[in-house]
Design a protein around this ligand. Structure first.
Ligand SMILES: Nc1ncnc2c1ncn2[C@@H]1O[C@H](COP(=O)(O)OP(=O)(O)O)[C@@H](O)[C@H]1O
Ligand SMILES: [Mg+2]
Length: 449
């Protein structure tokens, strides 16, 4: 099994202090405006950018492929009044029953005066020796740990794990980039332990590098693009080429996309096609009876929907993750979509949810999305509620909190009245005359008021 993300640790980041976001195949993040949903997703984005191995400032403040700098930049990461932020994640991986099956990365970055890593630890739970009776080998090991005085400007000292015998080696690492990206190069890998430590570091990095924040920008999709530009970019600006390739290589997926488009619009769409310019550049178009509507004239909502549908139908394959163009096979991907319902008619909520579910049930594909749509919430069944995380913000402290929906106060009494969707859409939450404070509290949590 390839590495996958289990948790995001928001130890000290923007509006979060000591919060954990649990990640499943599908994770639905809900909550009122400014409650911290995007801040949490920014945290994941920061880790993903750091995992690419570049300098902290480059990773957070400059463009990354087709993406701009991180929202708020590096300076926006520490909670107001602090110079540092602290983030982490938990990844699980089971390869051939050896090595570390759970790995935790935690890192603290100081952004002022000189941006640098001030602490970093990598810990692993060893599953190597399942059949062994040696309890020590089936335990958490500290694989990498910064400690002791700084060896000099621009560097930081750290030790790494060498097994239960002998002292851990210590060396100076560069403090301007994630140490976990530097660690594998330090390891000779001539022992089992070193191989496992290197693999643990690579597993965390692989899971983080697979984070793909899909942010389709309709006006960028309205132009001709080279037909060969077939790996979907985060802005979906090359959607026309992606769909062109889908039509050629994967007629089944393409047919499904056409059906989804037909169900979305009111007028008759007889097909989707890709127009070619003389230079072999391509542009998406809708066939509407005898007329053809090129992407240039298509609606924002429809273009955005097609981009999301294309990414989800392909179950995270053929995405442009930047950096090295790794083979898709077996590469873990986490697709992040903010406001899934944006620009969509409420009647499409169940369909979008179904797409997400099918995509996230594929091996190596996780999906995280945020939503404000009662229609979408109503499409979630009781089992899905396990995957819903409610984000709230304390009025007094300004801190954000994350709770799994079933653990929110008042959940059982509400659910006894019907499904979450029924309750939300029938207005029971907003207009309950019963003196049940649970409802109002719930209503506030869900941001449905
Ligand atoms: N570095 C920071 N420290 C403290 N608060 C912050 C920081 N950055 C952003 N915020 C607060 O986070 C809020 C935005 O939260 P956001 O996650 O974007 O909301 P939403 O849940 O709507 O996605 C703003 O009110 C802003 O003041
Ligand atoms: Mg937001």
């Amino acid at each position: 099994m390839n590495p996958r993300l289990l948790e995001l640790h928001l130890a000290s980041f923007k509006t979060f202090q000591g919060a954990t976001l649990d990640l499943s195949d599908m994770t639905v993040l809900i909550g009122r405006n400014s409650s911290g949903k995007s801040n949490a997703l920014d945290g994941l984005e920061v880790l993903s950018r750091l995992a690419s191995g570049g300098d902290i400032v480059d990773a957070l403040d400059s463009r990354r492929g087709d993406e701009g700098p991180l929202r708020g930049g590096m300076e926006g990461c520490p909670p107001h009044g602090s110079d540092e932020f602290r983030l982490g994640c938990r990844v699980t991986s089971e390869r051939l029953n050896t090595g570390y099956i759970v790995v935790d990365l935690d890192v603290t970055v100081r952004v002022r005066p000189e941006p640098e890593i001030v602490s970093e630890t990598l810990r692993g739970f060893s599953g190597s020796h399942r059949r062994t009776r040696d309890a020590e080998e089936r335990a958490w090991h500290t694989l990498l740990n910064t400690n002791g005085p700084s060896p000099g400007p621009g560097s930081i000292g750290a030790t790494w794990y060498r097994g239960t015998r002998g002292r851990d080696p210590r060396a100076a690492f560069r403090s301007n980039r994630l140490l976990t990206t530097q660690l594998p190069l330090r390891l000779a890998r001539d022992t089992k332990v070193e191989q496992h430590v290197a693999q643990a570091a690579e597993d965390v990095l692989e899971a983080l590098r697979g984070v793909f924040h899909l942010d389709p920008i309709p006006h960028l999709m309205r132009q001709y693009v080279p037909g060969r530009d077939v790996r979907l970019r985060r802005t979906a600006e090359n959607l026309s080429a992606v769909i062109g390739q889908m039509a050629e290589r994967d007629p089944e997926q393409f047919t499904e996309l056409v059906r989804l488009v037909q169900a979305l619009v009111e007028h008759e769409v007889t097909g989707v096609e890709v127009i070619r310019s003389e230079l072999n550049d391509v542009m998406l178009a809708l066939r509407e009876g005898t007329a053809t509507t090129p992407a240039r004239e298509m609606s924002d909502g429809l273009l955005r929907f097609m981009a999301i549908a294309a990414a989800l139908l392909r179950k995270g394959r053929d995405l442009d993750l930047g950096g090295r163009d790794l083979a898709d096979e077996g590469r873990p991907v986490t697709i992040v979509i903010e406001e899934l319902e944006n620009g969509l008619h409420p009647s499409q909520a169940a369909r979008s949810l179904d797409l997400v579910k099918r995509s996230s049930s594929a091996q190596d594909t996780q999906v995280i999305f945020t939503t404000h749509s009662p229609a979408l919430l109503s499409a979630l069944d009781a089992k899905d509620h396990q995957s819903v995380v409610v984000c709230t913000r304390d009025r007094d402290t300004g801190l954000s909190r994350l709770d799994r929906l079933p653990e929110v106060h008042g959940y059982p009494s509400l659910m006894a009245k019907g499904s979450l969707g029924d309750i939300a859409t029938s207005g029971m939450l907003e207009h309950s005359q019963e003196p049940q404070r649970d409802f109002t509290a719930f209503d506030r949590l869900m941001g449905l008021g």
